[in-house]
Every structure is written in C-alpha cells, then in structure tokens.
Design a protein around this ligand. Structure first.
Ligand code: FE
Length: 140
C-alpha cells in the first residue's frame, strides 16, 4: 500500500499506484504511531472527492471528479478523535487544461505516484465536535 523511511524527524512516504490516499495515510500513521503531525505532498490522481463546508447549510457538500489530475499541493495534519487517527487534508488539483480545483480532501485514488512528507510532533492533539459550527475542532 505504501513504502516509507525516516529521515531525521521526517518520514518520507510513497503511496502505491491505485491506492486510496486517505486509507494509506491512516494506515501509515497507525503503523508509525503518528498521533500528531503535519503532512505535505504531491503526486497524481485519477479520481478525487472534494468537500466544501457550506456555512449557510451547516454541512459538507461533496463532489467527485473522475479525471487525471496532478496533486499540485496536499497539505494537512494528523490528530486523534475517539482514539483513532484523524486526518485533516486539503488538496489543490491541476487539471488537463491547467486550471485548478481545491478543497477539503475526502479521498482520492493515486494514478502514478504520491510522495509525502509526514513530520510527527511529540504528543497528541485531540478533536471534539462543535455543535455550533458543525465541524470537529482541535481539543488540547
Ligand atoms: Fe478542512
């Protein structure tokens, strides 16, 4: 599903072709014991589901794009909710016509390669659902 190696304080991670970014990242964080940290990366996908939190509706609106796209940037963080790895990921995707899509990443399928840096921080950051906002906020 992925291969990785630790360089200093940063993991360099390669997710295999056709894999789900979110499934692979969550499995990696569980295996490496990452409970808090930052994620950056790039690569390519052929299917991605983005979500936009519509404040006026109070919930997420999801949209799937089934086309080959470059991951121009993936940025995110790792925390923990209810004892489970919790990933918060945002992505910018470059389309064939060089326009870009961006949003919260629900999941995407790798098409080719995905190269990530995961930098763990010591300790744990939790999450708690905020009923007034409708999203899971950091809890220290
Ligand atoms: Fe988000």
């Amino acid at each position: 599903m992925y291969t990785y190696r630790l360089y200093g304080d940063t993991y360099v991670l390669s997710i295999d072709n056709r894999q789900s970014i979110v499934e692979a990242l969550a499995a990696f964080c569980r295996e490496a014991g990452v409970r808090c940290g930052e994620i950056t990366g790039l690569g390519a996908v052929d299917s991605a589901t983005l979500r936009f939190f519509d404040m006026s509706l109070g919930h997420y609106v999801d949209r799937t794009y089934d086309e080959q796209m470059e991951i121009a940037n993936l940025t995110g963080n790792v925390s923990e909710k209810d004892g489970q790895v919790y990933l918060h990921l945002h992505i910018t995707l470059g389309r064939k016509d060089y326009s870009a899509l961006a949003g919260h990443l629900l999941d995407a399928r790798i098409c080719g390669a995905c190269e990530l840096f995961v930098r763990p921080l010591p300790g744990v950051v939790g999450r708690r659902f905020s009923p007034e906002i409708g999203i899971n906020l950091y809890e220290f």
